[in-house]
Each structure stands twice: as structure tokens, then as C-alpha cells.
Design a binder for this molecule. Structure first.
Ligand SMILES: [Zn+2]
Length: 218
């Protein structure tokens, strides 16, 4: 089946490529692969052959911090935006539930290597008016000095978890004096470090990193 990308998303991709000409495209995507086509996804062409989603690679070192870019898209609420998924969060455009508010995303793909942008269907999908774009300096530039800050999602972490937010947790524990390896895996050593930190912070030392522990670590 021949397919094409919704023109509104073509426009967004063109603007992104202009703003970050050297960005990595390793995790870019548009049309669905076989795993997508087995389920409902905006990456699959609709009856008219139009694809309504793109993925934009997370490449903070090459300039484009997709977590920050997703924050920006969600804040701007472009009339074409259906939803955006980034780093275990999903947020809707103006017509969706809770527009502009991040909600936890629990799909198997955490979207920490790219952000996913879905566009509404119908005539608006081919609206090629320019998208609002951030100042490049706001969300990462080629200057190493503007390395992005990782914002921890409000996920409760416990023993057995892994991923970038566990890495972030470990970095915070080390900043608070713990001796541990930052490997992104919440094992026995991290568990002991969390309990010790909680004890020192006068929190209930249960080894579970919930909102109060996150706040104390920040
Ligand atoms: Zn996607």
C-alpha cells in the first residue's frame, strides 16, 4: 500500500530539521513497522493511506532534547496536535482529555529514545501552517554548556525497577553521599542507599522512592 505522511507533520519535521541540522535521526520514524501494524497506531496508514504520527529522535548531545521539545509541544497546544508521548509521559492536544497536562504513560516503549507526535485526522492533518518552535537555545544547542536537565517523572521506584529514572535516582543518591554504581538498575545496593537516605532525611525507611523521597532528593 502506498502511504504518505500527513502534511502537517511533514511541516513539523521540516522545521525540526531546519532548527537542528546536525541532529541524529537514529530513532526517527513515521510509517508503522510490523509490530505497529498488528495493533492500532497512528503510525499505520489510514484508509486513505495517510500516516498521522512521527517519532523524533532524542539527541541531547547533537542538540535536540526530545523531552524538552515534547514539553514545548504540549505547552503550545497546536490546533493539529492529537497527543505527544515522551519519556513515560503522554499528553493531549486541545481536543483530547486533560489538554496540556502530562499523564503517566505505561506502554512497553518508554519513548525515552524519541518523542512521538500524533496529529488529528481529517483536513487539519494537512494544514501546513508553521508550528511554533522553541528558541534552539531553550531546549539544547550544540554548546555542551546547555546540556539538558533530566526532569524526573512522578513514578514511584522500587527494588527491581530499571531505566533512566533509576539512573537519575542513583545520581541523586551519590550527590547525597551514597557510594554506588550508576547503572540504572534498582538492586540491593541502591535499595540500601535509599533506606539509608530516608533514615537520614527522617522519612519512613521503606526503600520505596515515592513523592516524598523524590522531593527530599531533589
Ligand atoms: Zn511513535
Amino acid at each position: 500500500m502506498t502511504w504518505r505522511l500527513a502534511r502537517g507533520l511533514e511541516k513539523l519535521r521540516e522545521q525540526v530539521n531546519e532548527a537542528w541540522p546536525d541532529r541524529s535521526k537514529n530513532s526517527d520514524g513515521s510509517v508503522g513497522d510490523t509490530s505497529h501494524s498488528a495493533r492500532v497506531s497512528d503510525h499505520n496508514p489510514d484508509a486513505a493511506g495517510v500516516v498521522h504520527a512521527i517519532d523524533i529522535t532524542h539527541d541531547p548531545h547533537g542538540g535536540l532534547d526530545s523531552y524538552a521539545f515534547a514539553d514545548f509541544l504540549l505547552r503550545k497546544q497546536d490546533h493539529r496536535l492529537k497527543y505527544v508521548i515522551s519519556n513515560r509521559r503522554i499528553g493531549s492536544g486541545p481536543r483530547g482529555p486533560q489538554p496540556g497536562i502530562w499523564r503517566p504513560y505505561t506502554g512497553t516503549n518508554a519513548h525515552d529514545h524519541h518523542c512521538h507526535v500524533s496529529i488529528v485526522s481529517g483536513a487539519l492533518a494537512d494544514d501546513v501552517s508553521p508550528w511554533a518552535m522553541p528558541e534552539v537555545a531553550d531546549i539544547g544547542s550544540h554548546a555542551a554548556a546547555s546540556a539538558p536537565v533530566y526532569v524526573p517523572p512522578p513514578r514511584t521506584l522500587r527494588r527491581g525497577d530499571d531505566g533512566p529514572d533509576v539512573e537519575w535516582l542513583q545520581q541523586r543518591l551519590v550527590a547525597h553521599g551514597a557510594a554506588l554504581e550508576i547503572d540504572g538498575a534498582f538492586g540491593a545496593v541502591t535499595y540500601a542507599a535509599v533506606r539509608s537516605f530516608q533514615g537520614r532525611a527522617n522519612l519512613h525507611a521503606d526503600g520505596i522512592v515515592g513523592p516524598m523521597t523524590w522531593r527530599a532528593l531533589a
